[in-house]
Ligand binder design. Structure first.
Ligand SMILES: Nc1ncnc2c1ncn2[C@@H]1O[C@H](COP(=O)(O)OP(=O)(O)O)[C@@H](O)[C@H]1O
Ligand SMILES: O=C(CO)[C@@H](O)[C@H](O)COP(=O)(O)O
Length: 592
């Protein structure tokens, strides 16, 4: 075991789209070990693909079985035991959950949660049969609520702009409010039988405590619901009223209160975890947050720096000191702040067709091999013809741009005469991988530039392509691909940084690490009192480590020659925007 001389350990969990993961960190925040349960391969009897149930329905519904999440919890702790983690030294736990996705507790849930303390039984044996009023629950990939989104924006005071200003986002199909609205409309009986509604994050803390209470949602994750009024820090009664068809008090009681103090423990580790796995009874459970906010916590971002998470979804997060709501992206509150301090926020771009689209292109053009995918990129980057290729792979209804569907490819030549056309396939099929990454990352570049311009980030660099980020931190499954990150560096025009592997050679999972950091910060705040800011706490511990400043490594920098050869300049980003507009118009006219 490496790390600090204090024996305390901290545990962070990450219940994301495809897996439940755990990171164990020591008192200097060094990652000691990690385990994970992958839903498709470790729990094949639920028949999920990419963590969700394949659906034939054309209505955009994407669900996951709630029983799978509980069983994953059992398997995760079995694996922790097999790995002989010294769990008795864990003093604090926090968690992260797939954002927006919700879990529906039955009227028997409280009883089930209070009595699930038999260490000879799995948790799934004790609660799954009775605790839920909905057996499959909406994933963040669900897009079945377009009618609800329209109604919410139409009825909200001030319309879509009013909703954006109050909740930090326009109405989004995956957001919890529209999802609850649809559930209530389609299944009023099950809605009536629902005693409480959790986000995945608060569902996990509820399972960690098992004390007969459904644990509160934290403020940052509440911002992904279209129901939380961010400026006034309370549930928006207008949104609750529209979503519940005039029964806001009933809905509010199902949602419970939102925890505004990120450092306050929500409970103690359950008896069941103590007796079955050996946790110490003094271990505290801190409020959980969304998977993107937790990932954000594992990096301490300075001005004009961003985090790009390449998980199932692609997300780009920029830290800000101001609340900057906008129709095309989201505003969230910082996930580790305490009442009384100056409030902090982040803006986030989210793309549904991130890894999903990359895997599609890999399987279709490169024999399902990331190596072949990468080789083609290396080959394409080293030569420049007079053809520029751009594509859009909106396999599932996209979030940015909203509701875009279909696959569109364009080729343009700079030779005389200049031509620009929509093609069924590129003249050089092996150009698909580079064309796709350039297009995905051009969207990051163009839109992060607009976030930088609208938020208080003086000091950002202005260049071709608008205000430019100075540094991007990369995380998520696809960030292990260094060829992909070199394209990201060239298109973004800045260095790409990742956490160092600290000699272990293994990459840590930034999301569960961020949750573990939050557990450590909350534990220190409760033990020592005081009001240390999260970033100061993390930076102080990191500076004590033997690896000193080297907790991050630069893994890719823009290459001038390649950037010039491939023409990543203002003209190119303008052209990309016009292709995107054309593809979007085609998507709208095809009625996809
Ligand atoms: N070498 C690679 N190159 C590109 N993408 C990869 C590579 N390895 C894994 N991935 C992508 O990582 C994704 C999973 O990322 P992960 O962060 O574990 O997801 P989540 O947190 O959403 O469950 C997969 O969908 C896969 O496409
Ligand atoms: O919908 C969003 C964010 O708004 C997604 O980013 C989900 O939070 C799922 O994240 P990953 O499983 O891809 O990390």
């Amino acid at each position: 075991m490496t790390g600090g001389n204090d024996e305390s350990l901290f545990l962070g969990l990450d219940a994301s789209t495809q897996a439940l993961k755990a990171s164990l960190v020591d008192s200097l925040l060094v990652v000691v070990d990690e385990v994970e349960v992958r839903f498709d391969s470790d729990l094949p009897h639920y028949h999920t693909r990419g963590g969700t149930l394949p659906s034939e329905a054309a209505d955009g519904q994407v669900h996951s079985p709630v029983a799978m999440l509980v069983e994953a919890f059992d398997v995760l702790f079995d694996r922790i035991k097999q790995a002989s983690w010294p769990v008795h030294r864990i003093v604090s736990i926090s968690a992260a959950g797939q954002q927006h996705a919700s879990v529906y507790w039955s009227r028997s849930a409280i009883q089930a949660l209070a009595s699930a303390n038999d260490p000879s039984k799995k948790l799934s044996e004790q609660i799954t049969a009775t605790a839920f009023s909905r057996q499959t629950v909406p994933s963040w990939q669900d897009s079945s609520t377009l009618a609800e989104c329209e109604a919410l924006e139409a009825q909200f005071p001030g319309g879509a702009q009013g909703l954006i200003h109050a909740t930090g986002s326009k109405a989004h199909a995956r957001f919890t409010g529209p999802q609850i609205m649809r559930f209530r409309r389609l299944n009023p009986r099950a809605y009536e039988e629902t005693s409480r509604i959790s986000l995945v994050s608060s569902f996990v803390t509820t399972l960690l405590c098992l004390d007969g209470e459904v644990k509160p949602v934290d403020e940052s994750d509440a911002c992904g619901m279209n129901m939380w009024d961010i400026p006034s820090q309370q549930w928006s009664q207008d949104a609750l009223s529209i979503i519940s068809a005039g029964q806001p008090a009933e809905l509010e009681s199902k949602l419970g209160f939102v925890e505004l103090d990120a450092a306050r423990p929500v409970g103690k580790i359950s008896r069941w975890l103590q007796l079955r796995y050996g946790f110490d009874q003094s271990c505290i459970v801190c409020s959980a947050t969304g998977d993107n906010p937790a990932t954000f916590l594992s990096f301490t971002l300075n001005q004009a720096e961003a985090l790009v998470s390449l998980g199932t979804s692609d997300t780009l997060l920029v830290s800000t000191n101001q609340y900057c709501p906008h129709g095309e992206y989201h505003a969230f509150t910082h996930p580790a702040q305490s009442p009384g301090r100056e409030r902090r926020y982040f803006n986030m771009l989210v793309y549904k067709n991130g890894s999903l689209a990359r895997e599609y292109v890999r399987d279709r053009h490169y024999q399902s091999s990331w190596d072949e995918f990468n080789q083609s990129i290396i080959a394409q980057c080293s030569r420049k013809g007079d053809v520029t290729r751009t594509g859009f792979w909106w396999l599932k209804p996209e979030i940015i741009p909203a509701n875009a569907r279909g696959t569109y490819k364009f080729e343009s030549t700079t030779s005389s005469p200049i031509s620009q056309s929509l093609v069924d396939e590129f003249t050089n099929e092996s150009a698909n991988a580079l064309a796709m990454l350039e297009s995905q990352f051009s969207s990051f570049r163009v839109r992060s530039s607009s976030i930088l311009s609208s938020s208080d980030t003086s000091g950002q660099e202005e260049s071709e392509g608008g205000a430019r980020l100075k540094r991007v931190y990369a995380s998520g499954g696809a960030s292990k691909n260094l060829t992909l990150l070199s394209v990201l560096a060239n298109v973004m025009g800045c260095e790409i940084v990742k956490p160092s592997t600290s000699g272990s050679g293994r990459e840590a999972n930034a999301c569960s690490v961020g949750a573990a950091y939050k557990a450590a910060w909350a534990h220190a705040r409760n033990r020592d009192g005081g009001d240390v800011a999260f970033d100061d706490f993390v930076n102080a511990l990191r500076s004590k480590r033997s690896d000193g400043e080297h907790h991050f490594v630069v893994v890719a920098t823009p290459d001038r020659v390649t950037t010039k050869r491939l023409g990543y300049d203002e003209e190119r980003f303008k052209q990309w925007r016009s292709f995107e507009a054309e593809a979007l118009a085609l998507s709208a006219s095809s009625g996809c």
